[in-house]
Design a protein around this ligand. Structure first.
Ligand code: NDP
Ligand code: MG
Ligand code: MG
Length: 328
């Protein structure tokens, strides 16, 4: 596996290019500011009347409508929520694309599942930081970065990969390392990771363990600290030193208990279900479900958000985080 670092990448290729960052949210703000601070010619494309317009303007960015930005730029980097990209692309970006332009993304979703199809002669690339926008910006300002992925789906001009790498470098990603991937691999692994572990798996594991302790009569505050708060300390150890470093740092009792019990938590059935979840990502079933949900105005998501906000662990957690000064 080839990993690109700062010295492997020449940003000269972008010297005469104008880059439009569409969207100024989590990724848009971070990537636009990093690329601008790295000396690139960045404009920000937004809809009028949204809350981002003022923010980007106050940050000193060159702000214009999505239509104007798409018309002016050579590279249109699309950083608005995935579920609205298709509509915004058709209405406000596609009509202004010219041969030799590049459209780029931080997630392969819309290209991989075919919701966005680039016109003939237009490059399709990906520059994807492997972390939230706030981290992309913070680590950049600290003089480092977070790792990132680059991919090329369509190389119309022959230098699409060089462009993507240069953008990744300007975002600070090459300080930590940039890996090459494909739209398919990035999209499918990203969805699987967030469903099985990062967002879906971990919240369910925490909440189920929390409820088990509370049901057994333990104080909810104690249950929260044990099943949620301490998780960060463990994850930090795994992040920095792997499983081995984590096992080394916990007590022998924790190590023995963890190793003998974990197979009863994640069972063969869980593994089969993970295969099933991955299959639904690969065969497009999940994407179809999400598209239908959005077409209907996201009723299920709204209902689930409400239920989630009413969880006991959320009430207890919010109270404790305030007491600890973690949350305002
Ligand atoms: P955000 O939800 O933070 O994007 C918000 C931005 O999109 C705002 O500037 C908002 O403008 C604009 N926007 C929202 N709706 C519309 C609309 N209907 N028309 C025009 N503009 C609109 O997105 P993220 O940064 O989370 O995600 C952007 C991309 O990055 C996605 O492809 C995502 O998968 C990818 N990504 C995200 C990561 C993350 O950490 N969040 C990590 C890695 C990749 P306004 O103020 O006007 O509403
Ligand atoms: Mg994701
Ligand atoms: Mg303990």
């Amino acid at each position: 596996m080839k990993i690109y670092y700062e010295n492997d990448i020449d940003m000269e290729i972008l010297a005469d290019k104008k880059i439009a960052v569409i969207g100024y949210g989590s990724q848009g703000e971070a990537q636009a500011r990093n690329m601008a601070d790295s000396g690139l010619n960045v404009i920000v494309g937004l809809r009028r009347g949204g809350s981002s317009w003022k923010k980007a303007h106050d940050d000193g960015m060159n702000v214009m409508t999505i239509e104007d930005a798409s018309r002016e730029a050579d590279i249109i980097h699309i950083l608005i929520p995935d579920e609205i990209q298709e509509t915004v692309f058709e209405q406000s970006i596609r009509p202004y694309l010219k041969e030799g332009n590049t459209i780029s993304f931080s997630h392969g979703y819309n290209i991989h599942y075919g919701y966005i199809k680039a016109p003939e002669g237009v490059n399709v690339t990906m520059v994807a930081p492997k972390g939230p926008g706030a981290m992309v910006r913070r680590t950049y300002l600290e003089g480092f970065g977070i790792p990132g992925l680059v991919a090329v789906e369509v190389d119309a001009t022959g230098d699409a990969m060089e462009q993507a790498l240069a953008m990744a470098k300007a975002c600070g990603l090459a300080r930590a390392g940039v890996l090459e991937t494909t739209f398919r691999e990035e999209t499918e692994t990203d969805l699987f990771g967030e469903q099985a572990v990062l967002c879906g798996g971990v919240t369910e594991l925490i909440n189920t363990a929390f409820k088990t302790l509370v049901r057994a009569g333990y104080q909810p505050e104690i249950a929260y600290f044990e099943t949620c708060h301490e998780l960060k300390l463990i994850v930090d150890l795994i992040y920095e030193r792997g499983f081995r470093g984590m096992w080394h740092n916990v007590s022998n009792t924790a190590e023995f208990g963890g190793l003998t019990r974990r197979g009863r938590i994640i069972t063969e059935e869980t593994e089969k279900e993970m295969d099933e979840i991955l299959k639904e990502i690969q065969n497009g079933k999940f994407a179809k479900e999400w598209a239908l949900e959005n077409r209907a105005g996201a009723p299920m998501l709204k209902r689930m958000r409400k239920l989630e906000s009413e969880l006991e662990i959320e009430e207890v957690g919010s109270k404790l985080r305030k007491l600890c000064g973690l949350e305002k």
